[in-house]
Design a protein around this ligand. Structure first.
Ligand SMILES: CC1=C(CCC(=O)O)c2cc3nc(cc4[nH]c(cc5[nH]c(cc1n2)c(C)c5CCC(=O)O)c(CCC(=O)O)c4C)C(CCC(=O)O)=C3C
Ligand SMILES: [Fe+2]
Length: 382
């Protein structure tokens, strides 16, 4: 590699890939149809979730949060001399859709892109399903005569900045509690529930979703103890269950857990949504509305810890991972930083990683069994 190689080579663009969310009341139903197509969610659950969105004006907070993250990433990239690397944004379920974003990137000259998802952990929903989105977009664009190659940034649950952000957030939430209830506070680490079958299939060897969250819980508890001198009791619990009642999902539910710790005599709790990187609807509704009501009914003082959001250390870690991956791809052997026992995740998902239990053969990009689609001339003529 020559001395002039840009730290972002061989990539021509960085793509923030997210879930998407409605921008207004008219978007809610079509958005939910996009999310749940072929996923077997009961109709009552959809009506209920639609009400959560309508209660917030039909608007999800997720799009504005992604715009903030994009601005923070842009500033960090520029500060590191990566001002020549375009940064673009595409979603799975709502405008701007990933295919449109990648088409525009291709039009602007991009041929090889690096994808950064807004999900920190392994699971079908948080990893493979995004890889399927990338595959579907690359296949569609190949059909338009546009060849693109995509890689995905490795999981960042154990990136130092993600742990810094979550530790700072728990410390700040503890500070919000009254002095007389703080020392006994239970730390309630919360993430999205998923079907137990999906949890068993998460990661290359299974079980990675829970194991990765447990690693974050343990590290944050350790750091909080180091800072406060108090080893707080803690647990990993779940929110936002959907699916039919007959299907087992990860438990305990955050509301049931708050009842249990209150019954055991906990003086207070901190709810820390480590499973999410920003305050989207699951946080605003399921935690700040529903779980907050549960706690109030119990007379349990609860402070909610912030999500990582645009915490400076978190944003730095994300850019570190972009630079690390580019370095690896242009033939260096970068240091692969990761905190805790699980170590750095793979760059390329092995075959069968985060298996799709419904449609196992659906193409997924950024994996060992993926080959870039061949470009076919549109229209087949001239
Ligand atoms: C692990 C995980 C993440 C974290 C990783 C990541 O960030 O990707 C996540 C994120 C999100 N999930 C979101 C919204 C929804 N998820 C649903 C349904 C489901 N989520 C699941 C899992 C996850 N979901 C699962 C297993 C289902 C059942 C259907 C299926 O098997 O696929 C449904 C359908 C209705 C319902 O049942 O709730 C909605 C509306 C939003 C947007 C919020 C906003 O608008 O602010 C975000 C960021
Ligand atoms: Fe979800």
């Amino acid at each position: 590699m020559s001395a002039e190689t840009s730290p972002s080579a061989p990539y021509d663009a960085l793509v923030l890939l997210s879930f998407g969310g409605p921008e207004g009341p008219d978007d809610v139903v079509p958005f939910l149809e996009n999310v749940t197509r072929g996923r077997g969610i009961p109709r009552e659950r959809l009506v209920e979730v639609g009400e959560h969105y309508f209660a917030f004006g039909g608007r999800s907070p997720i799009n504005d949060q992604n715009k903030e993250l994009l601005a923070a990433l842009r500033a960090e990239l520029d500060a590191r001399g990566l001002d020549g690397l375009p940064l673009v944004w595409g979603n799975r379920n709502w405008d701007p859709y990933l295919t449109d974003t990648l088409r525009e990137a291709h039009e602007a000259g991009a041929r090889r892109v690096l994808v950064l998802t807004t999900s920190a952990y392994a699971s079908y929903s948080g990893c493979r399903q995004y890889r399927e989105d990338v595959a579907a977009s690359l296949i569609a664009l190949a059909g338009e005569g546009r060849a693109l190659r995509a890689d995905k940034v490795r999981h960042y649950f154990n990136a130092p900045g993600f742990l810094d952000a979550n530790t700072d957030a728990v410390l700040a939430a503890l500070d919000e509690l009254d002095d007389d209830v703080r020392a006994g506070a239970h730390l309630v680490f919360t993430t999205h529930s998923i079907p137990t079958g999906m949890a068993e299939a998460a990661g290359p060897g299974g079980g990675a979703y829970v194991a990765q969250h447990e690693a974050v819980r343990a590290e944050v508890v350790r750091r909080v103890a180091e800072r406060t001198g108090v080893e707080h009791p803690s647990a990993l619990v779940y929110c936002s269950r959907s699916g039919p009642p007959s299907q087992p999902w990860l438990e305990p539910d955050v509301n049931d857990h708050l009842e249990a710790v209150s019954a055991e005599g906990a003086p207070s709790a901190v709810v820390a949504p480590i499973g999410f990187i920003s305050d989207h609807m699951e946080v605003k509704y399921d935690l700040d509305t529903e779980a907050a009501e549960t706690a109030e009914g119990l007379g349990l003082p609860v402070a909610r810890a912030a999500t990582a959001g645009v915490h400076a250390a978190f944003v730095r870690s994300l850019v570190d991972l972009v630079v690390e991956r580019a370095a690896a791809e242009h033939g260096e052997a970068p240091q692969r930083v990761a905190v805790g026992p699980l170590g750095p995740s793979h760059d390329v998902c092995p075959v069968g990683c985060c298996r799709n239990l419904r449609t196992p053969d659906k193409p997924a990009a950024c994996g060992a069994d993926w080959t870039d689609p061949a470009v076919t001339a549109p229209g087949g003529g001239a």
